[in-house]
Design a protein around this ligand. Structure first.
Ligand code: PA5
Length: 424
């Protein structure tokens, strides 16, 4: 179960005002769905998902695992961060089983690229390129470099080591995939990058990494059902969206996503991307930031407790108990830990969470929105992904901005293309 706890924000939901917004949002969603350019296909993608598509994803994933020891996932933004965040959340940070995943195409750092390419020299690797537009510079350059390496190793058979996920109708990558005969999966045209983790964009790399995508999809389908209520007193994704906007109006410019699990750090990156690109336009939006506790309690913790009160926290609190590691007892109690000997580390992490909540919310007056998450597994993650996408779209609607474009990102891209042309 995932439960939203709003008891530490010290604000009340304005039911009348925001119930009106819900009505308008749902009407708007219908229109967006009917429009040929609408981008709201994600809203019921999972419940419409054909099992044949899931079967094909799993079959190809198995095939990749049987033929290669490494998969390089090439993509950026919404074409990368969702899959990576889910894989890390489920498999942990150091898993190389059943296959090693490496990420490229999200940077043009020559140093990083060199490290990856030389590491791959000795590997039997495949490349999975994910790009909806098929023309993102960072992604396409990385793909070229990887193709070169593959061609050197495999000659014309390199095509058997390339997998593509791209738009179903348009784009350079689609043209190349058809021309070369790469194994290809499609992103529906009515789903944009940061809402696409529930499509093959996320599902294929997850399946290759050994994540149970059926459970993940089931979590999203259940969220779709549970969060379909138009009643603000019942629908927690609407409650969350409303509360962050109330806090914003109250002067909180920053939302700090917090986790106590290092392997959820990347999911916070996904949340930053989702909210940042969806809301940050027309000089509006709540700036999304993130922190991992306890680590950042010893850096940002000081600011949060005592500094400028410009932020609220949204805590992803995983309550799952794990008894594997307990504090050991020692004959000589130098560390003064014997009074807690036998306590599981997971229980102490929960005590830290409660202590921080008291310190930040009650004593420091920093509003805390808390998600209590029973288990960090595929089902709960699928639920959360859908929860946040729906909340984000509604939150952007409340702010009066279109959630599904990112015109600001285009500015640097156009500048880069112009500079690169001038230098030719
Ligand atoms: O959320 C988005 O739409 C963006 O972050 C894109 O995913 C990102 O810019 C990559 O685009 P593409 O998939 O076209 O390479």
């Amino acid at each position: 179960m995932v439960n939203l706890d709003l008891s530490n924000v010290n604000c009340v939901l304005d039911l009348n005002k925001y119930s009106e917004y819900i009505k308008k949002f749902e009407e708007w969603c219908k229109k967006e769905k009917e429009s040929p350019k609408g981008m709201i296909g994600w809203l019921n993608y999972c419940s419409r998902l054909d099992t044949a598509e899931l079967d094909r994803i799993e079959t190809v994933a198995k095939d990749i695992r049987s033929k290669f020891d490494t998969l390089v996932v090439v993509g950026i933004g919404g074409s990368y961060i969702g899959a990576r965040s889910m894989i890390e959340a489920v498999k942990g940070l150091y898993s190389k089983e059943p296959i090693e995943l490496i990420y490229l195409g999200n940077t043009l750092s020559a140093k990083y690229t060199k490290q990856i390419l030389s590491y791959l020299e000795k590997k039997k690797f495949a490349v999975l390129v994910i790009s909806k537009s098929g023309k993102t510079l960072e992604t396409t350059i990385a793909f070229r470099l990887l193709k070169q390496l593959l061609k050197n190793k495999l000659g014309e058979h390199f095509v058997n080591a390339v997998y593509i996920v791209t738009d179903e109708h348009n784009g350079n990558l689609l043209d190349e995939a058809k021309y070369c005969g790469y194994e290809t999966f499609y992103i529906p045209s009515d789903i944009g990058g940061r809402y696409s983790v529930i499509t093959p964009v996320g599902l294929l790399p997850m399946a290759v990494a050994g994540v149970n995508i059926r459970e993940f999809v089931q979590g999203a389908i259940n969220a779709e059902k549970i969060l379909s209520s138009s009643d603000l007193t019942k629908n927690q994704s609407y409650q969350y969206a409303v509360m962050r906007n109330i806090l914003h109006k109250d002067g909180k410019a920053i939302e700090l996503f917090v986790t106590y699990e290092p392997q959820v750090r990347r999911m916070c990156e996904w949340l930053k991307q989702l909210f940042g690109e969806s809301e940050g336009k027309n000089k509006k939006g709540i700036f999304p930031a993130s922190a991992v506790f306890s680590t950042d309690l010893h850096s940002l913790g000081q600011f949060i407790q005592d500094g400028n009160q410009c932020l609220f926290e949204t805590v992803l609190n995983t309550t799952e108990r794990d008894d594997e590691f307990v504090v050991p007892k020692e004959g000589k109690d130098f560390e003064e830990l014997n009074h807690m000997a036998g306590k599981p580390v997971s229980e102490i992490n929960q005590i830290i969470f409660k202590s921080v909540l008291k310190a930040h919310a009650s004593q420091g007056k920093v509003p805390n929105i808390v998600f209590n998450i029973d288990k960090l597994d595929e089902y709960h993650l699928g639920y959360l992904i859908y929860f946040f996408m729906k909340a984000c779209a509604f939150s952007a609607f409340i702010q009066g901005v279109y959630p599904f474009d990112q015109p600001g990102v285009e500015v640097y891209k156009e500048n880069a293309h112009a500079l690169l042309k001038n230098e030719e």
